[in-house]
Design a protein around this ligand. Structure first.
Ligand code: RBV
Length: 418
């Protein structure tokens, strides 16, 4: 039995079934696992991970262990741990400190526990683990070869650290790989956010005015899926090119001050704080539903909402009804935390397959050559994207064409014109 603190070990069997289901949908990672069983690319590595404890993450953890690594894990959000999966991982010998609904102090306690075995590699989703190493554990930095980062918000934080000369070891920005952010952030966030909203509310999306704050990769995915369900999509932006993309996709664009008056459902996907604040809540219609799919719970200013409300109650799981002083009701989902992970199960396995294959290969690269890297944020090589997408297509039973010699020559010459 491992070192662990989880909600209830008796849930392990249900967790195992969930993981088995995910494994059946993650052929790329499973292919890499089979290869790694013999090659043992992570032999001798101690990996501390801080990433949502989901069935997909469990497939990654099993793969890291099959590749020879010792692993110690915590969740990267107080509401995203699946207790059944956590129990299954603990029961099969993974050190894991994670349960659903932990407090902020417990959150950092869990991270601290994963550092006890003095990791050689770190894996983050949101940079909380690496930040803890940097701010509280300088003594561990020398032993750490490198780290990886899963998400946009974390990469942003790490680039800021590197710019200030504060980053103490190299990090791969897994998020920035084409096979991650053009798929996970778009189709993963798109489907799982709708899934979270529907599980928490069970409302009809058709005919609703659906306001998406931020038209980046995540906002684009959510907008397209909401439109596909028949909602009228409105986007808010601060970046002209992003706003223009939303307009040409067929959505209305306006400032949040205007959108606040007409929206039925609001979702923030910006990575920035204070997207929905007091003056927006004051304008919203009775019955408005608000939620967030960005990494941190700062996009909806819940303090403002609390101040304006005269009362609140949980009307359904992951759904709190706030009654305003004038009697209007506003429904906050998942306490303003990532609605896709807190009210549903996170992104579907098929898309996490590629994200986590990138994670796995990034860690293998660090284990092999990390000592030669500078203390910078690195991107993974684009050839890795082509390799992973190629495996994915093959496992989906699809083939593609290849350039002929004449075509290659044509592409590399500058002399041929009209
Ligand atoms: N994410 N993981 C899952 N099912 O395990 N779902 C979403 C899962 C990750 C996703 O890669 C995104 O970058 C990050 O969560 C945001 O915290």
């Amino acid at each position: 039995m491992s070192n662990h603190k989880v909600a209830d070990l008796k849930l392990a069997e249900q967790g195992r079934l969930k993981i088995e289901w995910a494994e059946s949908r993650m052929p790329v990672l499973m292919t890499l696992r089979e290869r790694a069983r013999t090659e043992q690319p992570l032999k001798g590595m101690r990996i501390a991970g801080c990433l949502h404890v989901t069935k997909e993450t469990a497939v990654l953890v099993r793969t890291l262990r099959a590749a020879g690594a010792e692993v110690s894990w915590s969740g990267c959000n107080p509401l995203s741990t699946n207790d059944e999966v956590a129990a299954a991982l603990a029961a099969e010998g993974t050190s894991i400190y994670a349960w659903h609904g932990l407090s902020v102090e417990e959150f950092y306690w869990c991270i601290e526990k994963t550092l006890e075995f003095k990791p050689t590699l770190t894996l983050d989703d949101g940079a909380d683990l690496i930040f803890t190493v940097h701010s509280k554990h300088p003594e561990l930095q020398g032993g750490i070869i490198g780290g990886t980062e899963e998400t946009t918000t974390g990469v942003q934080r790490l680039r800021a650290m590197a710019k200030d000369g504060k980053l103490k070891y190299p990090v791969y920005a897994v998020n920035d790989s084409e096979t991650k952010w053009d798929f996970d952030n778009v189709y993963g966030t798109g489907q799982s956010s709708i899934d979270g909203i529907v599980r928490a509310t069970s409302v009809l999306l058709a005919g609703k005015t659906f306001v998406v704050g931020g038209y980046g990769h995540c906002g684009r995915g959510v907008a397209s899926r909401a439109a596909g369900m028949g909602a009228n999509v409105v986007c808010t932006e601060i970046k002209p090119t992003a706003a223009l993309k939303a307009v040409l996709e067929g959505y209305r664009v306006m400032p949040m001050d205007e959108a606040a008056k007409i929206g039925d459902i609001f979702i923030t996907a910006t990575g920035v704080r204070d997207i929905l604040v007091g003056r927006h809540f004051e304008r919203m219609k009775d019955g408005a539903i608000i939620c967030n799919t960005g990494h941190y719970d700062v996009e909806i200013n819940i303090g403002d909402l609390e101040k304006l409300a005269k009362g609140k109650r949980e009307i359904r799981p992951s759904n709190e009804e706030y009654t305003m002083k004038d009697g209007r009701r506003i429904y906050l989902l998942a306490q303003g935390r990532l609605v896709n992970l807190a009210a549903a199960e996170g992104h579907p396995s098929e898309v996490m397959d590629m994200s986590f294959a990138n994670q796995f290969l990034a860690l293998c690269r660090l284990a092999k050559d990390g000592k030669k890297l500078d203390k910078k944020v690195y991107e993974l090589p684009p050839e890795q994207d082509q390799e992973l997408a190629g495996i994915k297509l093959r496992t989906m039973g699809m083939a593609i064409d290849a350039l002929t010699e004449e075509q290659k020559k044509y592409l590399s010459s500058w002399e041929e014109g009209t």
